[in-house]
Design a protein around this ligand. Sequence first.
Ligand code: PLP
Length: 430
Amino acid sequence: MKLYNLKNHSEEVSFSEAVKLGLGTNQGLFFPTELPEISKKQLDQILKMDFISRSSKILGLFIGNEISKKDLYKTVQKSFDFPGPIIHKVEKNISCLEVFHGPTLAFKDFGARFMAQILSYFNKNNDEYVTILTATSGDTGAAVAHAFYKMHNIRVVILYPKGKISEFQKKMFCTLGKNITTIAIDGSFDDCQSLVKQAFQDEQLRKKTGLNSANSINISRLLAQICYYFEAYSMLPENNRNKLIISIPCGNFGNLTAGLLAKSLGLPIQSFIAATNSNDTVPRFLKTGIWKPNKTVSTISNAMDISQPNNWPRVEELFKRKKWNLKDLGYGSLSDTLTKETLLNLHKINYISEPHAAIAYRLLKKQLKKDEYGLFLGTAHPSKFKTTIEKILNTTIPIPQELLNQINLPSLSYNMVPNFLQLKDFLLKK
Ligand SMILES: *Cc1c(COP(=O)(O)O)cnc(C)c1O
């Protein structure tokens, strides 16, 4: 598989290079040079397979001969070794595609685990030491930490803003130890992200520690997410497959990019809805044609509090390459007040959801036409937002047992002020 840099089309890399590098020069995103397409007959065959076989087949179509079919199958099997997606019926013509049944209860487990396994596979022969340095405002940290836990020759260092993530989120990744190091930064999420950026600009540090980022711009994470769109389609009854609309709660737009790649491969999805909270740069752009990010505001759907989405250039490139029209992409944004109201409405029809999925549901319900069928993505388990949801719904929601065990373990985090030289010293010594 070849990929080019969206900021410099003459820079072309292999899949393994793109996985290791994350970004190209000038922070450019990598994008597939060839976009594979399957025939109707191939689609029918693929839909009949089990989840692991089908996912290996789909990933193989993109990745090509950089990994043998057998090794790819094993890698996918190790990556997706947890409960797969579930379709939960909410109304007559609307269901939630729940992709949050993995070890850290968010869809990010799919991408993070595949990235961890494929990186470790490509690293096996040259035995290089890798440091994964990443900043998190919650979900990414947990998914990445669990995905790389106990892996040989890979150290994970996660920075998070001290006191600004929930106790529950913290316990999910700060209690692991071994090759997972967590640092509470006395500052904001932006401070954490800026420390990561500075680290990547430091040539000496990069070389000495084998720095890699593991964030959602890594192409391996996106490719892994294509697989659950096919799984969803295969689970749907025939009569719900015509006119299928999928609504996605968007932050960095990785999930939407993966859905669009599934469509470009030949999965018959009629259209998508890009749903955001008040951080609505993309909906406003789609409406007015003007790209004008506002200052990021805090909302109850905090994983989507992003006003400069990383993956948007990939969405635009895909539309251009496929000669699709951006006018056909559905969109919308929702305030916290309406998100809360929607959670209550869903509860009334016996579905306990969480703020991210609720936004996608509300916009889907508003835009879905009579003869269409809609899926909205459930990106995180409601228990991850326990306090918020319990206050809104005035009810208690249970926490899965595995998590209860982890909550009682002590946090092993280091503390640090947002000072790059101090971080560099720490990374070089440890
Ligand atoms: C990360 C995340 C999102 C946003 O996904 P993107 O791929 O960044 O658009 C939505 N919901 C939850 C719960 C998340 O953790």
